[in-house]
Ligand binder design. Structure first.
Ligand code: SF4
Ligand code: SF4
Length: 140
């Protein structure tokens, strides 16, 4: 008997995604960018700040963990004036693994729903099942 864990996922042929650089996923209001202690140290280092300085300026405590503060507009504080990530090479895992989040992969409908907010989903480059599963496993 095949258990639910052994079923081939609906996206077994891979999925297309190529970021269009629109910055929509970094804009608010609402939403959280979760951040781990290791990521705090990495980003603070990239910015030439101590962990404490970084925490004071950029972090908020929530009931479920630490997250980046929102800027006044509700956008991520690292979204720059050109609509790009100012800490791209040190960005959190949550940002690196989009759109391969489990919540987007639960069904074709969930994928389509997320794609309405992200013009890169369904576009151009096809990513294999192996790549998708590897990225989705980087829980944040
Ligand atoms: S919304 Fe999608 S296409 Fe736009 S920047 Fe984010 S990942 Fe890229
Ligand atoms: S850290 Fe960078 S990629 Fe992540 S939400 Fe902020 S601006 Fe976007």
């Amino acid at each position: 008997m095949i258990t639910p864990d052994q079923r081939v996922p609906w996206y077994y042929q891979g999925l297309c995604f190529q970021c269009q650089g629109c910055g929509a996923c970094c804009r608010g209001p609402g939403g959280y960018v979760w951040i781990s202690p290791d990521e705090i140290t990495e980003i603070a280092g990239a910015l030439g700040m101590s962990d404490e300085e970084f925490g004071y300026k950029y972090l908020r405590r929530t009931p479920t963990g630490l997250a980046l503060v929102d800027s006044r507009s509700g956008d991520c504080p690292f979204l720059n004036g050109a609509g790009r990530c100012a800490i791209y090479h040190a960005r959190p895992v949550q940002c690196r693994t989009w759109p391969w989040w489990r919540e987007n992969l639960t069904s074709p409908e969930a994928w389509e729903s997320a794609a309405r907010r992200c013009p890169g989903m369904g576009r151009h480059e096809r990513h294999s099942l192996f790549i998708i599963e590897t990225e989705a496993a980087k829980d944040f």
